[in-house]
Design a protein around this ligand. Structure first.
Ligand SMILES: CC(C)(COP(=O)(O)OP(=O)(O)OC[C@H]1O[C@@H](n2cnc3c(N)ncnc32)[C@H](O)[C@@H]1OP(=O)(O)O)[C@@H](O)C(=O)NCCC(=O)NCCS
Length: 198
């Protein structure tokens, strides 16, 4: 079970390395993580994928959107560069959606996710569209003078999942079985939810 500062540091490092945030902006991300661990952000959830050595290689975080009606926000999702494109992002986003659906529509109806409009995030925006998110809003200059915020929206009632042509990942009870590009099975990974300090 994962708890504590080392996981937080590792997740923060992944966020910086994948350019989700610059080192200057990471303070906000830091507050989200520390708020989770000190329970001041108790409604946030963090899911991580660990490799066979227990090293976090991917993470995602969602929480209910304040002032909204049963709407979740996928605040962050990131996979270490060397593992990108192997289905871990698919696994995490589908897991977040599944978890939200399991709570029923009295709790969660809609999931949103936000991305930068810049060229650097073309594939990220494509990733969300491939997962059935529709672009619903654009807030000009949100992240900077030439950097808008694009908001993607998905109804959790419509459970259409991305259809992947080759699925290299199988997932059961937290264990993730992955095949390498050579089709040889790799050591199993683990997907788990981070726990707050007791
Ligand atoms: C976006 C991200 C989470 C997707 O996870 P992933 O494990 O790389 O993606 P998957 O293997 O599950 O799915 C692959 C699809 O994701 C998209 N994708 C986005 N970025 C990608 C990348 N760097 N490498 C490969 N695929 C990427 C493509 O649409 C791809 O589809 P394709 O295989 O048909 O080309 C991951 O690439 C990442 O961490 N990117 C940097 C951080 C980021 O942008 N986070 C979101 C902040 S808003």
């Amino acid at each position: 079970m994962l708890t504590g500062c080392c996981d937080a540091e590792r997740i923060e490092q992944i966020a910086i390395d994948t350019n989700m945030f610059s080192v200057d902006e990471v303070g906000c991300f830091d507050k989200m993580l520390s708020g989770f661990f000190d329970s001041s952000l108790a409604d946030h959830r963090w899911f991580v994928v660990e490799d066979s050595r227990g090293r976090v290689i991917a993470a995602a975080n969602d929480a209910p959107e304040p002032f909204a009606d049963r709407m979740g926000n996928l605040y962050s999702i990131a996979v270490v560069a060397e593992e990108q494109g192997r289905g871990l992002g698919d696994l995490l986003i589908e897991h977040v959606e599944r978890e939200l659906r399991s709570r029923g529509d009295a709790v969660a109806r809609v999931l949103i996710v936000e991305a930068s409009s810049t060229g650097q995030y073309v594939r990220t925006r494509e990733f969300y569209r491939n997962h059935g998110f529709g672009k619903v809003a654009r807030i000009r200059q949100f992240y900077g003078p030439a950097d808008d915020k694009v908001v993607f929206w998905k109804s959790l009632a419509e459970s259409a999942q991305r259809v992947t042509s080759v699925r290299k990942i199988a997932f059961r009870s937290g264990v993730v079985l992955v095949r390498g590009s050579d089709n040889v099975p790799r050591p199993p990974l683990m997907l788990q939810e981070l726990q707050q300090f007791p």
